[in-house]
Design a protein around this ligand. Structure first.
Ligand code: IPE
Ligand code: IPE
Ligand code: MG
Length: 269
């Protein structure tokens, strides 16, 4: 290490070393190779409303455009061979929005699942809904049935694991896991000492999926908004100012490239 770096922050020498590799070497190191890809990507698709407002259109216009962006991102994830993609479609807090907006969003989801289901199935995509879909307000029975049908139809698929967080809340998920474990203890099936991190994670919606490696949020916001609180403990965070309807394959590749360059330490050195 050059003497002038003796007092530099840890890791600064690595930056210098990278610079010495030259452009090509650096490019080779960071291209989107399979081994550099995240196994599990989570996306907070945000900014649909602002995207529409900037065009003088109602918020629902933005949600419609958002579904198109989602279609492209799902396809690209599947093509790249990413194992799991979890997208935040509707939070337990999103019920605070107007009846019109909620209705439009649910309608779009129903349309998406009925129109795309066969194609996703052909691509071997497995669909899972994370969230409390059975506790939706009355009038959404068709949506509920479509979601259950999509899960049942694709259950055996071994391609991209596509998880749609719908009526999802991270705190609720954790509290419910605790409740389910408490019931198992009360029933004598499990002793409190047997509750390990693995056992706990087994009661979450994401049971059986790999840890989240990369979490992406669009529209410049920098908060988790109650998304995958347990699963993102060591996820790499990526934010972009791009609004969700404009988030395309190129923007996604940039996020994946940024991830490929990260140095994940998990508390080590
Ligand atoms: C994200 O876009 C989509 C959902 C929450 C379903 P928003 O609707 O939150 O758009 P902004 O953040 O208001 O622009
Ligand atoms: C998070 O976005 C939820 C979804 C993307 C579905 P919000 O727009 O609801 O989050 P806040 O209100 O800005 O935190
Ligand atoms: Mg928002």
């Amino acid at each position: 290490m050059p003497a002038f770096l003796a007092y530099a922050p840890q890791g600064a020498d690595k930056g210098i070393a990278m610079a010495f590799f030259g452009k090509d070497e650096l490019g080779k190191q960071t291209e989107l190779r399979k081994e550099n890809l995240p196994r599990h990507v989570a996306i907070i698709m945000d900014g649909n409303g602002r995207w529409a407002q900037r065009r003088g259109m109602p918020r629902t216009f933005g949600h419609k455009a958002g579904v198109e962006a989602l279609r492209e991102i799902i396809r690209h994830s599947s093509d790249l061979g990413i194992e799991a993609l979890t997208i935040y479609a509707f939070s337990t807090e999103n019920w605070k929005r107007s009846v019109e907006e909620v209705g439009a969003l649910m309608g779009l989801l129903l349309e998406y699942f009925t129109k795309e289901l066969e194609e996703l199935h052909r691509e071997h995509v497995r669909i899972r809904i994370l969230g409390d879909i059975d506790a939706m307000p009355k009038g959404l029975e068709r949506q509920q049935a479509a979601l259950h049908a999509a899960m049942a139809r694709t259950r055996e698929n071994t391609g991209l694991q596509l998880n749609i967080a719908l009526n999802y809340g991270g705190r609720q998920e954790i509290v419910w896991a605790a409740r389910k474990l408490a019931k198992r203890v009360a029933a004598g099936e499990l002793s409190p000492e047997e509750i390990s991190m693995d056992v706990f994670a087994g009661e979450l919606y994401t049971s059986g999926l790999p840890e989240v490696d990369l979490i992406i949020r669009t529209s410049g916001e920098m908060r988790l908004s109650n998304f995958l609180l347990y699963q993102c403990a060591y996820a790499e965070f990526y934010k972009t100012d791009i609004l969700w309807p404009d988030f395309d394959q190129k923007a996604y590749d940039e996020a994946l490239l940024s991830y490929a360059k990260r140095n994940r330490r998990f508390g080590g050195v």
